[in-house]
Design a protein around this ligand. Sequence first.
Ligand SMILES: [Zn+2]
Length: 207
Amino acid sequence: MLVLLDNGHGGLINGNPQTGSRRSHKLPNGARLYEGEFNRAIVNGIIQELTFLNIPYVNITPEMRDVTRTTRIRRANAYKRVRNVFLISVHCNAGGGKGFEVFTSRGRTKSDLIANTFAQEFTKVFTDRRLRTDLSDGLLGKEANFDILKKTAMPAILTENFFFDNREEVENILMTREGRQNIVDFHVNAIVKVKEEIFMEAPVLLN
Ligand SMILES: [Zn+2]
């Protein structure tokens, strides 16, 4: 199995946010959350754990600048002939809500099973936090017409990890070490489950 990782938007270059509009309120210490920084922190945390687990991955957007969606899709599709490949695009939500949601493209695909696994693993780590679902197909993921999900040639999901315009979530989860680690952990737990239960690959014995 190969995991393609995508961190949404641009990060910070020389202290300048590349997608400055996607930011939180000012915290008491003057810091802000920038979505592009957060997405990269989560992807880097996942990368560290996948390294320890000996699970192959490719970060398709290692740059700090905001890579266009067309380029992200082209980079992902370079791996379309790889067996058991799937893509995770990591984001943080806005719009005044709270909780976690995971998206797939429309229609019934393997992505729905992968998204369902991510949602289940979210609820195991964040037992008292809201999972935003759309149970129309009996699975826990939601559907959306996002290019990165629709135009990629392999199963693809997009995780929206809490809301950067929700003060409580920013201060208690998104801008805390424990909160970010928990987000990394449920992504990694889900990747391992996808490998064993959806792609049905036996675990590699590490010694
Ligand atoms: Zn985003």
